[in-house]
Design a protein around this ligand. Structure first.
Ligand code: AMP
Ligand code: MG
Length: 407
């Protein structure tokens, strides 16, 4: 087991030790947010037939060179209908948006460029260009074309595209099943009144929410006392999951039993302690091949560790190639605490300045027990290990929290 490693080493070790989840087929209506398990190949051309981009008249170009041109309307085709395969000289058809354009037609003259002529005729006032207002076959997707990538997270526009391509069952990686176990004799449930020396378990609900936010399924969430037997039982139940997350009890205190109990279960530890603040005592290992995270109990520490380590692991397990959020350069508007030797995850509020640059300041006191430092933040400021101090004016890297909208 490695001890007191860098943030980058910790993340690399985690990502190296997680494996892809099994593939399952889900109905398209349930595919949103899931990660594709296969590159897909289109069976069809999209559009599947040339069709009208506007309501108007399908014409032959030679017959609309002398303007105004009077043409006889011999048919009307609506979307969903079939057009006549031939028409006489001097004729045209009235066509609606989305209706198939027959092969003899060279353009669609929009309604706005026409006026009614005598009887069944129409007067064309303006000549279209070749192909104008005809949406060609396969303009969007060619039959046989490969589209999307393995691991791509299905977005609403992707759902629409899958539908148009006739993919009613979508191959996706199974959603990661996460177990969350919070530990501490001092903890109460959110619904319980406070009593002497106790606080409410906030890490449990918070971590479960983060897991859900990142598309995982929380199959178990349990709060246990600092008691080896109770903890051992929780581990057994947690093994139903793909990822086990413990919070609290990973430090060096007398009642920090999590690592000990997981040891007894045969956990192979990969690291303990990361050169970071908050979250230094974080531990990571494998139990029955499953990733096990021992996060510190302080709610801000556990939230940041989950965000920075567990979420990338969940993404990688679903085949996602990019597991980290992008970082942007911002100007630090006011100095913020920093010391060399630890990577600081400082919570910040960033804004876009009139000069087009990003400006950021911290959210105030950064104690790992202070909820305000998290809930006020729209971004995370990365202050690298080697940085000795963080005075106003320096450039820092930030990343937006996944739950904030960029400014
Ligand atoms: P621990 O990591 O167990 O030493 O806990 C560190 C600090 O976080 C202590 O002040 C605990 O009371 C607090 N804490 C531990 N677990 C939770 C939790 N689930 N929710 C809120 N605070 C917690
Ligand atoms: Mg504790």
């Amino acid at each position: 087991m490695r001890e007191f490693i860098s943030v980058e080493e910790a993340r690399a070790l985690i990502l190296d030790h997680v494996s892809l989840l099994p593939v399952e087929q889900v109905p398209l209506d349930h595919a949103l947010g899931r990660c594709l398990a296969e590159v897909l190949i289109s069976q069809d051309n999209i559009p599947p037939f040339p069709n009208a981009a506007m309501d108007g008249y399908a014409v032959r170009l030679a017959e609309v060179q002398q303007l105004p041109a009077t043409l006889r309307i011999v048919a009307e085709v609506r979307a969903g209908q079939s057009p006549p395969e031939e028409i006489p000289v001097g004729a045209c058809i009235r066509i609606m948006t989305g209706a198939p354009v027959p092969s003899w037609a060279e353009a669609v003259v929009p309604l706005e460029w026409t006026e009614a002529g005598p009887g069944d005729t129409v007067r064309i006032l303006q000549a279209p260009l070749a192909g104008e207002n005809i949406r060609p076959l396969g303009q969007d997707v060619q039959a046989g074309e490969r589209f999307f990538e393995v691991g791509q997270r299905i977005t609403p526009p992707m759902v629409a595209m899958l539908a148009t391509l006739g993919i009613a069952e979508v191959p996706v990686f199974r959603r990661p099943r996460v177990a969350i176990v919070t530990t501490g004799d001092e903890l109460l449930d959110a619904g319980q009144p406070l009593k002497a020396g106790h606080i409410r378990d906030s890490a449990g609900p918070g971590l479960a929410a983060q897991a859900q936010w990142s598309g995982a399924q929380v199959i178990m969430r349990q709060r246990v006392a600092d008691d080896s037997a109770a903890l051992a039982q929780a581990v057994e139940q947690a093994l139903e999951a793909d990822v086990l997350v413990f919070s609290g009890g990973v430090s060096v205190g007398l009642y920090d039993l999590v690592r000990q109990v997981l040891d007894n279960w045969g956990t192979q530890w990969l690291f303990w302690k990361v050169r970071q603040r908050p979250g230094k005592p974080m531990a990571f290992g494998l139990l029955e091949g499953k990733p096990v995270f021992g996060l510190p109990g302080n709610p801000v520490s556990s939230a940041l560790c989950f965000d920075q380590y567990v979420v990338p692991a969940l993404r990688r397990m679903q085949g996602q190639q990019v597991v980290l959020r992008p970082r942007y350069s911002a100007v630090l508007e006011a100095s913020t605490p920093k010391k060399a030797g630890l990577h600081f995850f400082t919570r910040g509020v960033a804004r876009l300045g009139k000069d087009g640059r990003l400006y950021v300041r911290d959210t105030g006191l950064q104690g790992s027990n202070l909820y305000h430092s998290m809930v006020r933040a729209n971004c995370l400021i990365h202050l690298s290990e080697s940085l000795e101090e963080a005075p106003a004016g320096i450039e820092v890297d930030i990343e937006w929290f996944s739950w904030t909208m960029e400014p």
